[in-house]
Write a protein that binds this ligand. Structure first.
Ligand code: APR
Length: 320
């Protein structure tokens, strides 16, 4: 069977890491597209030259023309501008909306049957706009945020409890903003929910609240440390997990920004919810029950996403 083709739109920090991970995991051949001349070509060649050392087989190509993505099975989009210190994800809106228009047109022309994963921020609004610009079927396009936000929460929890990250599951839903919704009731250590662990004396409610807050601000924490860009290792690893679930039909249950048609009371928006990713793309949207507080948090987060979507419609009349 021929290898899968993975197209990466944007060959910056996340794009380069995606390309490396896709090779190390032998997910397929990689094409990197960027407007910067030489960057996708250089990164592709550099990674290809690491392949003999690590012993993986994958072809790498760099391109500045959308025709190179033709026939891609998976497209992962990181094109755009990342956050700088003091900048919110929303400040990026106007700049990255224009980028999504160009990317959407490229996908529409050359890879209309691909499974597309959007990473560009502000995530929930950008994936919404990308779906409109590309005309992709809603089940073939998702946004990467929940896997990353949950991974950050899992890391903090594993450190606090001094247990393997493998045994910590966490559930962060809603929009990828500072009012994202970490669901402590559905987050566990080996199946034991976090509120029970507080009762068992493993941690205190105050420490748990602090970890939830740190998760919400997790992206900003990295931006402040790096000063010249935003996180890229964990975002890339998260998107690769989603791509792998599609390419290998693993049917993993992952929190992703998915197109909602009434689930959770939300219509015509992409919001972070648990979904099943398999060979058909988004195969199922899992609707969990919220408590009163959780529902209020989720609704607040959805309202922020709605604000961003409305702003997109104001900027570009074609989206209204
Ligand atoms: N088409 C293709 N590529 C583009 C375009 C465009 N119209 N505009 C910019 N790019 C490219 C840049 O040339 C750069 O190589 O996108 C790449 C972005 O890379 P970085 O600046 O390194 O950003 P990165 O850290 O990879 O983050 C990308 O993901 O998490 C989000 O907020 C983050 O929106 C940002 C995106």
């Amino acid at each position: 069977m021929a290898r899968s083709k993975i197209a990466l739109i944007g060959a910056g920090q996340i794009g380069g890491t995606l390309a490396h991970l896709a090779g190390l995991k032998e997910l397929g051949d990689v094409v990197m597209f960027d407007i910067a001349e030489g960057v996708p070509q250089g990164k592709g060649l550099d990674i290809a030259e690491s392949a003999p050392v690590d012993g993986f087989d994958a072809k790498y190509a760099g391109a500045n023309d959308y025709s190179a993505i033709a026939g891609a099975d998976v497209v992962i989009v990181t094109a755009g501008v990342p956050r700088k210190p003091g900048m919110s994800r929303d400040d990026l809106l106007g700049i990255n909306l224009k980028v999504m228009e160009a990317v959407g047109n490229g996908i529409k022309q050359y890879a209309p049957d691909a499974f597309v994963i959007c990473i560009t921020n502000p995530l929930d609004a950008m994936v919404w706009a990308l779906q409109k610009f590309s005309g992709l079927k809603p089940e073939k396009i998702v946004g990467m945020a929940g896997v990353l936000d949950s991974a950050r929460f899992r890391h903090f929890l594993a450190e606090e409890f001094n247990v393997s990250v493998k045994d910590v599951t966490a559930f962060v839903l809603g929009g990828h903003g500072d009012d994202m919704v970490p669901l402590v009731r559905y987050s566990t250590v080996a199946g034991v929910p976090l509120p029970d662990l507080v009762k068992m004396g493993w941690t205190t409610q105050a420490k748990l609240d602090a970890m939830v807050e740190r998760t919400r601000k997790g992206g900003g924490e990295i931006v402040n440390l790096l000063k010249t860009g935003s996180a890229f290792y964990a975002p890339a690893a998260s998107a690769i997990a989603m791509a792998e679930s599609y390419l290998k039909d693993k049917k993993r249950v992952l929190p992703c920004a998915a197109y909602l048609t009434g689930q959770y009371g939300v219509k015509d928006m992409f919001v972070g919810v648990p979904i099943v990713i398999g060979a058909k793309g988004v195969e199922r949207i899992v609707e969990v029950e919220f408590s009163g507080d959780e529902k209020a948090m989720f609704e607040k987060s959805v309202a922020s996403v709605q604000g961003l979507v409305d702003a997109c419609k104001q900027i570009n009349a074609a989206l209204a």
